[in-house]
Design a protein around this ligand. Sequence first.
Ligand code: 5GP
Length: 220
Amino acid sequence: MIKENEQGILIVVSGPSGCGKSTLNQLIVSSRKDTIISISDTTRKPREGEKNNVDYNFISKDEFIENITNGKYIEYAIVHSNNYYGTPLDNIDKNLSQGINVILEIDIEGARKVKENKKDAVFIFIMPPSMQILKSRLISRKTETKEQIVERFKKAYQEINEVSKYNYVIVNEDINESIEKMNSIIKCEKCRVDRIEDIYLGNQEEIIHEILMDFEQKEN
Ligand code: 5GP
């Protein structure tokens, strides 16, 4: 009766460092066959345990700048400590056209640029339950120096001020509840009326005729 647009949804997820967005996104894609996370390029050094071409494509600054010149990125930004981060364009449209939802885990500046190009993307902001909890999470993961933690914390304040530019907010207190909320958002977005391409109602006269015939048969 309804033909829906079969395109996947472009889901932009932002939130301060330490809010748990990576964990949440990983859990979402491991439980859904129809959703992937786009792997960004970055010039920052890998943290312990991070894998090249899995967590990020770790590349040099020269390579990054060459990619910018060649128009490889849908968006890029200089995020922390003068490191470049960019979202490669190539895989996004291909996956969306095959009905695969694509998650972009990017900062607010990148999200703003995506909004200019992709009007139908969905923007989700992941919020820590409190700044005290964010502070504890950043310190306890032991992946940044004191200076980097301070820098990320300052940026967190700036980022949280931008939350009203997003479509949805998830306060990441209980991970299972956050997963449920994210899945609900995807479900809701699939029901948007602007995804309807066509409506087949059948012939009104014919259906009314059938109704009348049904009644006539019952009456006799
Ligand atoms: P981290 O160094 O902690 O992995 O990421 C730092 C920040 O960079 C996070 O806010 C993350 O969302 C953002 N980020 C990661 N990849 C990209 C990207 O491709 N583009 C932009 N604009 N930000 C990114």
